[in-house]
Ligand binder design. Structure first.
Ligand SMILES: [Zn+2]
Length: 555
């Protein structure tokens, strides 16, 4: 999923997405598959599961899958071929973009070499430029708190290795790293109020000019450091992992210096000017940069404060992949069999792209492997769904749900315009009326405990009935609450039923997602099997009922 603690760029991005208000519709007749079908799904999902083999190939063999990289393309092709082998049809790559360039790490070394050798836990940031060979240089702590502090460093950073984060005090870890949802937490979710009844989120343009200016100034303040360090010609930037400890580091994209006039007043114009690291033009605006484990980082800062002169050697060798600016989603189908309903589609999926320090196991090879496995279960049992079932494995999720948003726009529709005076307009695509629902999985390894209804109360009786056979497997809860940060939003945004399952947290926020520990061994096989079984049952029943899943009504 996208980072929950959003950066200023994402905050600006969020302000620019038009939103509409929804009301309720009437519930459909509750359809339930015969018990023997659900039992067969459970049996296939537990006894013949392939979910961990799929997961191992994606994580161990292909590895990190940064959007735009050859590894991402390889995972697109491998999943297409794998689903074809299982008997799914129309398996293919669908292009979206242009996204920008890929980035592949070739070599990395970083250590303190003076006053004596200190090995370090560190990782380059995605899209970081390479260093000019192995660079050995003095380490400087860039301790800037106020505007006046910048002057202290003028002319002193050229070709230096610069520590740019503050010291982060590591408190005692007094909470378990791994947690499952308690009965109390699930009850609270069940009783959550209807979010559609709450006041709609204010529209971006509804902000007063003063508020807009304030936000823009906040953003400009944030990029001031990047601009200064680029100007001063530092050799390498080093930051400290923003969260985590014990050698777990969280690493994302490189920061880019920005050329934005300080008198800019308009969000839309600002957004157009912001350079993302995957853009070719950003290369000249970035310094080589890496993230270091906080224990190591703090020690280096303390040594410098004690008056020690440190030297580090850093060698970052990465290549940009510029052959193809487009990125791809993988899709595959189990064709429907009912002459009247087979043109309609039930979708399931998750995003396949990942960050690069681990192998993107919990974020989100897990969701990909589960969605593929759910389809495999239905296919291998020869269940003959009435509607067409379509698996979609997205890319570009980590940069802003790009792959799913592009797919939804291309097939189903988009919101256009909207501002302080007017609502955005829904422009329906060719298949807007043909989608029944989309089911997403992207909250890590944790098993399914229920479903977020996204304020769609009409669907509650159905989902409650569908969870019933999975009670003893721990899935019981429906909540009207919305959940965000992942690809079901691309559907929900335009009024199509898009759902994310409620999952046990396990170590998602504390240890795995976007970290160097997001690897195969942090995945729990029993949880994966449970999730695939429930997803298969939901998708199958959605494909079998007479009606489509009810939609929220746009107001
Ligand atoms: Zn993520």
């Amino acid at each position: 999923m996208l980072r929950r603690k959003i950066t200023s760029v994402f905050l600006l991005y969020a302000f620019l997405i038009p939103t509409i208000a929804f009301g309720q519709t009437t519930p459909p007749t509750v359809y339930q598959a015969p018990k023997d079908v659900i039992d067969k799904i459970k049996e296939e999902g537990s006894k013949n599961s392939q979910v961990m083999q799929t997961l191992s190939y994606l994580t161990d063999v292909i590895g990190a899958r940064l959007t735009g990289s050859p590894a991402m393309k390889r995972s697109n092709e491998w999943t297409r071929n794998q689903m074809t082998k299982w008997g799914l049809q129309n398996a293919k790559l669908e292009a979206w973009g242009p996204f920008g360039r890929g980035w592949t790490l070739k070599n990395f070394d970083a250590q303190v070499v003076a006053p004596y050798g200190i090995p370090l836990i560190a990782y380059p940031k995605a899209w970081s430029p390479s260093t000019k060979g192995a660079v050995t240089s003095e380490v400087i702590f860039f301790d800037v708190k106020t505007d006046a502090d910048f002057d202290k460093y003028k002319g002193k950073l050229k070709d230096k290795i610069v520590l740019v984060s503050d010291l982060r005090e590591l408190k005692i870890e007094d909470k378990p790293l791994s947690e499952r949802l308690t009965d109390e937490q699930l009850t609270k979710l069940s009783n959550a109020p209807d979010p559609t009844a709450a006041a709609p989120r204010p529209q971006p343009a509804a902000a007063t000019p003063e508020q807009q200016q304030q936000r823009i100034q906040g953003f400009l303040q944030g990029i001031k450091r990047a601009n200064f360090l680029l100007q001063e010609g530092a050799a390498v930037l080093v930051d400290s992992s923003r969260i985590g400890s014990g050698g777990t580091i969280f690493v994302q994209g490189a920061s880019v210096a920005q050329n934005i006039p300080s008198d800019i007043t308009d969000f839309v114009a600002l957004r157009r000017l912001i350079l993302s690291p995957q853009q070719k033009e950003a290369e000249a605006k970035m310094l080589p940069q890496m993230t270091m484990a906080t224990e190591d980082y703090n020690r280096l800062v303390r040594m410098i404060r004690q008056g020690e002169k440190l030297k580090m050697t850093v060698d970052i060798q990465a290549e940009y992949n510029d052959n193809d600016p487009m990125s791809y989603n993988t899709v595959a189908e189990i064709p429907g069999t009912d002459p009247k309903l087979k043109a309609e589609v039930v979708m399931l999926g998750g995003h396949m792209d990942s960050w690069h320090a681990g192998t993107g196991a919990t974020d989100n090879a897990a969701g990909v492997a589960v969605a593929m496995e759910a389809a495999r279960i239905i296919q291998s049992l020869g269940l003959k769904p009435r509607r067409t079932i379509r698996v979609a494995l997205w890319s570009g999720e980590e940069q802003g749900l790009f792959g799913s948003a592009a797919y939804v726009k291309q097939h189903f529709g988009e919101l256009k315009g909207g501002g302080s005076q007017s609502k955005p307009e829904l422009v329906k695509g060719a298949d807007y009326e043909k989608l029944s629902a989309y089911y997403n999985l992207d909250n890590g390894t944790g098993k399914i405990r229920g479903v977020y209804l996204q304020g769609n109360s009409a669907v509650a009786p159905l989902f409650k009935a569908w969870l019933e056979p999975f009670k003893e497997m721990g899935a019981t809860t429906t909540t009207l609450s919305n959940t965000g940060g992942t690809d079901h939003l691309s559907y929900d945004r335009i009024g199509l039923p898009g759902f994310q399952f409620i999952q046990d947290e396990i170590e998602y926020d504390t240890r795995t997602h976007h970290s160097n520990q997001d690897v195969f061994d942090r995945i729990q096989a029993d949880d994966m099997k449970q999730a695939a079984t429930i997803m298969a049952a939901f998708v199958y029943q959605t494909a079998m009922m007479d009606e489509k899943i009810p939609r929220k009504v746009m107001q």
